[in-house]
Design a protein around this ligand. Structure first.
Ligand code: UDP
Length: 240
């Protein structure tokens, strides 16, 4: 078997990725499948950090459209990411994987506080670390939290798992003629407003040289092949 080419990766899963075919919440089968994919990475010898979104439960922007105070809505969104993190922790533990949830907001009767050095120590020991509660601040997203944490803990690669195969010139679900981009620059992604990650997340990656891979979470075995060096999905790197 080929050895992994990455020592440490950060995988960003959206809350919607856990929802499966449902309209909200967590699909237990999808959760278990995602946990199995993560276990395969650990077994391959890769250190794995996770950021999971909360969009399957609450999003502050959507709540504020219905009249709620935006900061309160974002706080609910951050708490939603903690629920998803606990669900993933449980699914991984049932598969025999050692896990720590670290929250950006203090709820340390439920999980650890985020402390960078401790997170890195957990990763060195082969534990999966799930970064919960986003950045801990309203008006941010878990995409930005993923970029931030990937840079902070010195990940070799940030992987954004999506429902499509990578980055396209337009949404391939809507426009079947959309062009697939196997490799683009951060600036092109920003210039063309491609649906990769939000602007703050891409700018953080660009300014700190964090390579970003966008790939399909539903392709069986793809994550493992990726960490073994296969060119899967789209890669965002420096350039014009
Ligand atoms: N959120 C926040 N600050 C952060 C990260 C998340 O306020 O640093 C809130 C925000 O309301 C967001 C919600 O948590 O809409 C859920 O996160 P996100 O929308 O990124 O989840 P995803 O789309 O990945 O499921």
């Amino acid at each position: 078997m080929t050895a992994p080419v990455f020592r440490r990766i950060l995988l960003k899963l959206s809350g919607e990725a856990l929802m499966g075919a449902g309209s909200h919440g967590i699909d237990p089968d999808v959760l278990e499948r995602s946990a199995q994919d993560v276990r395969a990475l650990i077994e391959a010898g890769v250190q794995v950090a996770l950021v999971i979104g909360g969009g399957n439960i609450f999003r502050g922007a959507a709540l504020s459209l219905r009249g709620m105070d935006r900061v309160t809505g974002d706080q609910m969104g951050m708490l939603a990411t903690v629920m998803n993190a606990l669900a993933m922790q449980d699914a991984l533990e049932r598969l025999g994987v050692s896990v720590r949830v670290m929250s950006a907001i203090k709820i340390n009767q439920i999980c650890e506080d985020y402390i960078r050095r401790r997170a890195m120590r957990h990763l060195d020991k082969g534990r999966v670390v799930i970064f919960a509660a986003g950045t801990g601040n309203p008006f941010f997203t878990t995409d930005s939290a993923a970029s931030l944490r990937a840079i902070e803990v010195g990940a070799d690669l940030l992987i954004k798992a999506t429902k499509v195969d990578g980055i396209y010139s337009a949404d391939p679900m809507v426009n079947p003629n959309a062009t697939f981009y196997p490799r683009i620059s951060y600036d092109q992604a920003l210039r063309e407003s491609l649906q990769v990650m939000d602007t703050t997340a891409i700018v953080l990656c660009r300014d700190h040289g964090m390579p970003l891979r966008v790939m399909n979470i539903n392709e069986a075995g793809a994550l493992l092949r990726l960490v073994r060096g296969e060119d899967i999905g789209s890669l965002v790197v420096s350039g014009n």
